[in-house]
Design a protein around this ligand. Structure first.
Ligand code: GLA
Length: 695
């Protein structure tokens, strides 16, 4: 619900459990007032700030929804413009507002220049989530150049320092959580790489001693896969503010007369504990954000051939793998890299998206039909945004790759990035995919992107510094167009593993490839990080032959971890023993029985592998009639892991039945959550999955 208190000029955005409050004060400034528990609406007011002196500007103490550049506001600003006469200050005043159901638009205008600024809000009441963004409109006759356009500013309520959670990841180590106390100065999480990257995440999670179940947690996540910036600051007045949006480090955007620009949206919320935060975001993403073709359908169990065959793909070998996969219960068979152009290694072929006639002399359909006959769907790998210099595409269109005329093009993995801001490049890529999907019975595309950008010339653009945004939008647009034409095709966002896993990607792709690191032990940490603000069903997790890089772990262990997302298999099945194949069959059948609870249920992180030596995650179905609890440990010390396992998220009034280590239990939800059952976790390869069903 959205309310406007006319007399005081205050907007109240009300969700199930929170109020988000801001307004326009008598002087016309936008002022942030409150984000948190609900208060009496009539009590909200602007408090006056005193104590201004020659070095303390009162304006710098304002908490705002958006801070324009200029005046005596020396803190981080959100919007920075250059008008035609080189004036760089924005002085904005409130004009009016529109409320339409759960959407609010608050319009401001510059006092002199022809610039309209609109703050957009959408309230998703049931999820305690609010969407924010900003729209800029040039109503004049001269271009306006923007050097910074952030999507939103946030101010936190407490004067005490907050801890910020983000990630300090890398290829093979995505989503590794960092916790940084922001006492003073700036804390910045960002990407300069063109895409959202493996390193930091385009979000903030801020709290003061919160845990899974309690404590105020404030969070906001940018739905954008290009260069981003999350800039938090705690100032001399002990105010913690965060600005979030497209990165301004190599950014400039010209808004022409009559045109507008809307910055990428941010989804924010306040929750009680990290658990509630993740559950709210999970449900919100599944029900509201994910593309509608597959959001409410369980994702299939896939097999991917990459780790088994590398670039050496052909119909015979793939069919051999497919037979074993089908026999195990796999539903979707995916052929990875190597099927196109002259792709025998990573030195050639990207860009030439036609079937390699030596590897597939009878065409692709021979393999697809084999796979279909085995009762599975067929999926395929592509890396549409890239080109190898050794490719027909590059030889005929060298200018299609990002470049500077008088600089060498840096290759990474022997490849260059195509300039997707060009419409001819967009059409080429769309047509390649259109032809592939139109001609063959393909049900899934793994859309990869294996290097960051460089030499981003884009001389076709009025303003090349806008490349990251335009490139990102072009990718989204092609995926959307293909999805509209082929609604039965699933898309996965992959970027050397988890290099493009953000709410922007999730708004267009049905799933993501979380990490190339499929080590069951490392995955416990990677997947925890992913689960904080991303929907579980989008998290692809494979069981492969990487049986623990540092400490070995069994096939059952690897299944136990991979089943906590959307399960995939990626090992070299032709080398599996009969016994291994039976283990796979058993686990796949088990996953089929519980996958709805995992993919659509509520996650409770009960024990943390980093802090507790034991990982314990429980997924509870939304009607609380079923739950599946996973336990895993990779070596416990001092015999101390004898504990009472307290379940979570159950219905206190329901009775549940389950078996653990041969003991059958029948207990009430209240007992299981408040008292629990004794467990004894021991050894290096401990893993259990417990299914609770209400009686
Ligand atoms: C990337 C992906 C892998 C695989 C290879 C193929 O590294 O993350 O899963 O698809 O490319 O080249």
């Amino acid at each position: 619900m959205i309310r406007y208190l006319e007399k005081s000029g205050i907007f109240i955005l009300e969700t199930k459990n929170t109020h988000y409050v801001f307004g326009i004060d008598k002087a016309g400034y936008n002022r942030h007032l409150h984000w948190g528990d609900k208060c009496n609406a009539a009590d909200y007011e602007f408090t006056e700030i005193s104590g201004e002196n020659s070095n303390n500007s009162m304006l710098d103490e304002y908490k705002q929804e958006i801070t324009p550049f200029g005046s005596t506001m020396y803190r981080e600003c959100d919007i920075k413009a250059r008008f035609s006469d080189n004036c760089r200050e924005i002085s904005m005043h409130f004009e009016n507002y529109d409320i339409d159901g759960n959407t609010l638009k608050v319009h401001f205008e510059d006092d002199y220049y022809p610039l309209q600024i609109t703050l957009n809000y959408t309230v998703y009441e049931a999820y305690d989530i609010i969407k924010r963004s900003v729209t800029l409109k040039n109503t004049g006759t001269e271009p306006i150049v923007f050097d910074r356009i952030f999507s939103a500013e946030f101010a936190l309520p407490s004067e005490k320092p907050y801890t910020f959670i983000n990630t300090n990841g890398a290829w093979g180590g995505e989503f590794i959580q960092t916790d940084t106390v922001l006492d003073g100065g700036n804390l910045v999480f960002e990407s300069h790489r063109g895409a959202s990257n493996h390193n930091a995440a385009p979000y903030f999670i801020a709290h003061q001693n919160a845990d899974e179940n309690s404590g105020d947690v404030y969070f906001a996540s940018l739905a954008y896969s290009g260069n981003f910036k999350v800039s938090a600051n705690r100032d001399a007045y002990s105010i913690t503010r965060i600005s979030i949006g497209m990165n301004d480090f190599d950014f400039s955007h010209t808004v022409l007369p009559g045109e507008s620009f809307c910055a990428p949206p941010v989804y924010c919320g306040k929750a009680e504990g990290f658990g509630e935060m993740s559950r709210n975001m999970n449900r919100f993403c599944v029900e509201q954000l994910l593309p509608k073709q597959f959001n409410d359908k369980p994702l299939p169990i896939l097999y991917n051939s990459w780790e088994a065959t590398g670039f050496d793909v052909n119909a015979k070998h793939q069919t051999e793998l497919a037979k074993i996969a089908a026999d195990m219960g796999v539903e979707l068979f995916v052929m990875d890299d190597g099927w196109f152009g002259k792709r025998n290694n990573d030195q050639a072929g990207l860009g030439d998206w036609f079937v390699n006639p030596e590897k597939f002399p009878n065409g692709l359909d021979e393999l697809i039909e084999n796979v279909n006959r085995l009762g599975m769907d067929f999926g395929i790998w592509m890396e549409p945004e890239m080109v190898n210099p050794d490719s027909d595409l590059y030889r005929s269109h060298p200018d299609w790759a990002y470049h500077y005329a008088h600089r060498n093009a840096d290759e990474l993995r022997n490849q260059l990035v195509l300039n997707m801001t060009r419409t001819d490049v967009q059409e080429y890529i769309f047509n390649c995919l259109d032809e592939l999907l139109g001609k063959h019975n393909i049900k899934y595309i793994k859309w990869d992107m294996n290097r960051p950008f460089s030499q981003t010339g884009a001389e076709n653009l009025e303003n090349p510094q806008m490349y990251s945004y335009l490139h990102t939008m072009a990718v989204y647009n092609i995926v959307d167009r293909l999805k509209a034409r082929y609604p039965h095709v699933q898309f996965e966002s992959c970027a050397s593993g988890g290099g493009r896993c953000d709410l922007g990607a999730i708004s267009h792709y049905d799933q993501v490839w979380t990490s190339d690191n499929t080590d069951g032990i490392d995955r416990m940490t990677i997947q925890k990080g992913y689960s904080l603000l991303h929907p579980i069903k989008t998290m692809r997790a494979w069981v492969t032959d990487i049986a623990g890089i540092n400490k070995p772990c069994s096939l059952d262990f690897r299944f136990n971890i991979a089943m906590q997302g959307s399960l995939g298999i990626g090992g070299n099945l032709t080398k599996y023993s009969e016994e291994d194949l039976e283990i796979c069959k058993k686990n796949i059948a088990f996953y089929k029985a519980i996958r709805n609870t995992v993919q659509f249920g509520d996650l409770y992180r009960i024990l943390d592998i980093e802090k507790d030596e034991v990982l314990c995650n429980e997924y509870v179905s939304t009607d609380k009639t079923e739950s599946v609890l996973f336990l895993a440990a990779n070596g416990t010390r001092f015999y101390k892991k004898k504990c009472n396992l307290r379940f979570a998220g159950l219905d206190e009034a329901k009775t549940y039945r389950f078996t653990l280590d041969g003991t059958a239990y029948q207990k009430g939800g209240a007992y299981l959550m408040h008292i629990g059952i004794p467990i004894y976790v021991r050894g290096v390869d401990y893993n259990r999955a417990i299914v609770l069903k209400s009686v």
